[in-house]
Design a protein around this ligand. Structure first.
Ligand code: LLP
Length: 444
């Protein structure tokens, strides 16, 4: 397993993160356990800050909350001077409860509700990214009723097929998101938005997909978007000042993944922007990017305890851990690949090939297919790396498993930032109707 951030193997042969021995973390907090490396998150935030905000000057970096949204995460982002994007009332509520400045919040989503939109207007979020005609008129009506003018970006689908899993591609024409750029729909959307009294159209947004390694996809995106912004200017005389390029910068999960450097990403955007603006004689807009995965992905590690082991001679050896697709559905959903090591025996050489499965009641509940590990024993601790993005945020209570807790480690300290769920939490919203209570009593 490649080590990330502050991960190291200490003298006892244990995996250490943020100065905390993971074997001790397990004694204190149990498994499964998500561990987030605070110094690593801050380091990446700073790389984004220096490459984009300082490097490109007129630029903003907003973290895509969907990757990992908790109170503590929003405080770190605020301290690191980044903005955020949110896609639901729930993410907005969490950010506001964390005292995150509303002006640095962008609100996305293809089906925002009336309640969510009015919550956002009331809170004074910085930008609402309008996705469709239904939302556009609802937003204008709401803003009018609330006697406020709302700053918006319009989301377009630029027709770019980024090389990534089809479920996380979003720039192609056949997409549920945004106004199609190539068939005149986006033109209509801008014309309509400009005619609405309570919407102030600041700019344009696109997101071409996620886990993208080819910087060329972003270069292409910049070019298409600047061409289109120039087009709007020519057609309507209206000048858009903001270009939001979405997120999508890929990260390392397992061998073979070769992500670019954040500074190269920034340089690609910068160069593409200069070229495109020069070609079109278009004034350079403010650039906004929305990284999610690349800010938290490699900063997260999940610790599990190994339980049953099943060997089918000549076929496969299944090593089962005390979590699975309920805390990490990405292998089942996207054929995601992960690396792992035995956190309690991290110095030992690999001896066998095994597959890591979870404890959910279905065969698709796999975490890692075919990984080299030392001879694994029940009771060993398995650390799976790069689980910081889209793991906790996509976790479920499938099979009524309780969600693991999240611990933030830094300089030898470990703070619980999300409590482990209990069985009682599972019943928090269950209600037994009176007639069923009666039947239950009667049947005894
Ligand atoms: N902005 C918008 C509008 C997005 O839709 C997304 C991700 C991002 C930014 C952040 O993209 P990132 O930098 O994290 O790649 N659950 C999937 C990923 C879905 C991403 C959805 N949108 C996964 O686990 O791979």
């Amino acid at each position: 397993m490649r080590l990330h951030g502050t991960q190291l193997v200490n003298e006892q042969g244990h995996l250490e993160i943020g100065g905390c021995d993971t074997v001790e973390l397990v004694q204190q907090f149990g498994t499964p356990l998500y561990i987030m490396d605070e110094a690593h998150i801050r380091d990446i935030c700073r790389q984004y800050h220096s490459s984009f905000i300082e490097g490109l000057t007129n630029a903003e970096v907003i973290y895509a909350s969907k990757a990992f949204s908790t109170l503590a995460m929003y405080r770190i982002l605020d301290e690191e001077d980044l903005g955020i994007d949110i896609v639901s009332g729930g993410e907005l509520y969490t950010a506001l409860q964390a005292n995150f400045p509303a002006a640095r919040i962008y609100f996305h989503g293809n089906n925002k509700s009336r309640e969510e939109l009015s919550m956002a207007i009331k809170a004074g979020v910085g930008r609402i990214v309008v996705d469709n005609f239904y939302e556009m008129s609802m937003l204008n009506d709401l803003a009018q009723a609330m006697n406020q003018r709302v700053d918006v970006l319009l989301r377009v689908t630029p027709g770019i097929e980024a090389h990534t899993h089809e479920y996380i591609q979003t720039g192609q024409i056949d997409s549920k998101f945004g106004f199609t750029l190539t068939d005149g729909t986006a033109d209509q959307a801008f014309d309509l938005a400009l005619s609405f009294s309570h919407l102030v159209v600041k700019g344009i947004h696109a997101h071409i997909g996620s886990q993208i390694f080819e910087l060329d996809s972003f270069r292409h995106e910049v070019q298409i978007m600047i061409d289109y912004m120039a087009d709007i200017h020519e057609r309507t005389g209206y000048l858009l000042h903001e270009l939001n390029l979405g997120g999508g910068f890929g990260i390392y999960y397992a061998s073979g993944d070769e992500p670019a450097r954040i500074s190269d990403y920034a340089k690609t955007v910068q160069d593409a922007l200069e070229d495109a603006c020069q070609n079109q004689k278009f004034p350079r807009p403010k650039i906004i990017i929305e990284p999610g995965r690349s800010i938290v992905g490699t900063a997260g590690t999940t610790l599990y305890t190994v339980g049953s082991i099943k060997e089918i001679p000549g076929v496969r050896k299944y090593v089962a851990v005390d979590g699975g697709m309920a805390d990490n559905p990405r292998t089942a959903l996207y054929q995601a690949r992960y690396e792992a090591l035995l956190a309690n025996r991290a110095k030992e050489d690999a001896e066998e090939v095994v597959s890591i499965t979870g404890k959910c009641c279905e065969s698709g509940d796999m975490l890692i297919w075919d990984i080299d590990l030392p001879k694994v024993k029940s009771g060993d601790l398995l650390a799976v790396s790069c689980t910081g993005a889209y793991n906790y945020s996509m976790s479920s209570n499938y099979n009524r498993l309780t969600r693991p807790g999240v611990v933030l480690v830094e300089g030898g300290h470990a703070d619980v930032i999300v409590k482990r769920e209990t069985h009682a939490d599972l019943l928090r919203n269950d209600i037994l109707p009176a007639r069923l209570k009666y039947l239950q009593m009667a049947s005894r």
